[in-house]
Design a protein around this ligand. Structure first.
Ligand code: UDP
Ligand code: MG
Length: 312
């Protein structure tokens, strides 16, 4: 029998874990004689009783396993840990707050049996989201698509089924600043879309702050493409050409017409404009240098306290 891992990162999801487990067992009940299942909870340094809740369930259901990270590493890294410890022939990653409807699992498994290796859930509509968030997120994905050779799909998140070959692929990508959505695209393999309606969070609140969204957005670009550096080079080249022409013009006009020391406004405008541009491009270069700095340290991307299978 094939083994399917349900892999979920959790950070302060104590109120959701039991409901999550129950909903999934309900959904998979009809196919339990065809597949073996494993629940893998990655505790991402929760401050509440999330892990205790998982341990309680494990007492009567040994299919439930957990990896306890040494601190909060963030969802992207928690998922990397999930990929490392999942044993399944297929791994289904989903949020533990029930925003990813469990019933879609069956559809995903069906598509997997049809031969697809990466079956991803695409959101139809997010309830309770502002127009601003929708607009800005669609603009962002448009931009990523233009810049990147491996575009990230809009509305597609971490609700997906990955075949063992995909998992082995992602496990080879050991970068510590992870943008998992980009990694899914990078590995390739045959992909299939499954639509779902995102639910409201069952309990608790989202861990995302605007700042973490902005960070993830910047990581999405800088870990996927060096296009911003290319833009800097091109803009620099264009400005150099203009500057050269202007230099010749000033030189010639000073030689033939003299110079009566005017031109303060144009000088200050050029200075401010170029100064701003330089700082902006330095910042962009800095983003990449920072990434190199972190990656060259070659640290493990996470540390764990315990893994359920190892302690028993
Ligand atoms: N999560 C995590 N570590 C974090 C933040 C979030 O493991 O540092 C988990 C969280 O428990 C949930 C999933 O990532 O299972 C998605 O988080 P959340 O629901 O807060 O994000 P949203 O659905 O609002 O995008
Ligand atoms: Mg959520």
């Amino acid at each position: 029998m094939k083994l399917v891992t349900i892999c979920t990162p959790m950070y302060n999801e104590g109120e959701n874990i039991e409901k999550f487990y129950k909903e999934i067992t309900k959904v998979i009940a009809p196919i339990i004689d065809k597949y073996k299942f494993e629940f893998l909870f990655i505790n991402d340094g929760s401050l509440d009783d999330s892990l205790e809740k998982v341990k309680e369930i494990r007492q009567y259901d040994k299919r439930v396993k957990y990896v306890d990270l040494s601190r909060n590493f963030g969802k992207e890294v928690a998922m990397a840990a999930g990929f490392d410890y999942a044993l399944g022939d297929a791994v289904i990653t989903m949020d533990s707050d029930l925003q990813h409807p469990p019933k879609i699992i069956l559809e995903m498994i069906k598509e997997w049996e049809n031969g697809y290796q990466d079956v991803y859930g695409k959101r139809r509509e997010r309830p309770g989201e502002s127009k601003f968030k929708k607009k800005s997120s669609s603009m962002y994905y448009e931009m990523l698509k233009k810049f990147s050779k491996t575009p990230v799909l809009p509305g597609v998140g971490d609700f997906r089924l990955l075949d063992r070959v995909c998992i082995e692929g992602i496990k080879k990508l050991r970068e510590s600043q992870r943008y998992t959505k980009g990694l899914y695209m990078w590995i390739g393999y045959s992909k299939k879309e499954v639509l779902f309606d995102a639910e409201e969070r069952y309990a608790g609140e989202t861990k995302w702050k605007l700042s973490s969204l902005i960070n993830l957005a910047i990581d999405g670009i800088t870990s996927n493409t060096v296009f911003p550096l290319r833009v800097a080079s091109i803009v620099g080249a264009i400005i150099s050409i203009i500057a050269f022409i202007y230099m010749v013009y000033i030189l010639v006009s000073t030689l033939f017409l003299g110079n009566d020391v005017s031109g303060y406004p144009s000088t200050i405008i050029i200075m401010l404009f170029l100064g701003g541009l330089q700082i902006l491009f330095l910042g962009i270069i800095g983003e990449y240098v920072g990434k190199i700095f972190v990656e060259t340290k070659n640290r493990p991307i996470y540390l764990i306290k315990e893994y359920s299978d190892e302690i028993e």
